[in-house]
Design a protein around this ligand. Structure first.
Ligand code: SF4
Ligand code: SF4
Length: 100
């Protein structure tokens, strides 16, 4: 069943600390020159084949509220982390409340 996102922002808040950046995310952001994203990451490995990292901020710096539409948007939607793109990987999300 295809998941239909309501853009409530719950997953961005609830799962932020468990969302790690994959090796491919980091390589892509370096290629794209996305220092604005990379500055929020801790990458501990020197291994060029494992440049995955963890986000250091307590909340996602890319989550934006659209007041007019009463929804949340991702500032880096075109290049957001794999784990965000893949969410919810089991087709079940936290969206339970109709905000409107
Ligand atoms: S919790 Fe579900 S509906 Fe809400 S933003 Fe995340 S994926 Fe979309
Ligand atoms: S990067 Fe985008 S999709 Fe991922 S948690 Fe932040 S706002 Fe949500």
């Amino acid at each position: 069943m295809k998941h239909s996102c309501k853009q409530c922002g719950n997953c961005c808040v609830i799962h932020w600390k468990s969302f790690e950046a994959t090796h491919d995310d980091v390589i892509r952001w370096r290629r794209e020159g996305r220092e604005d994203i990379l500055k929020h990451l801790a990458i501990t490995s020197d291994n060029p084949n494992d440049q995955s990292g963890t986000f250091t901020s307590n909340s996602c710096p890319f989550l934006r509220r659209n007041e007019e539409q009463n929804i949340y948007c991702c500032d880096i939607n075109d290049t957001k982390p794999f784990n965000c793109k893949n969410y919810p990987d089991d087709g079940v999300c936290e969206y339970t409340t109709n905000l409107n």
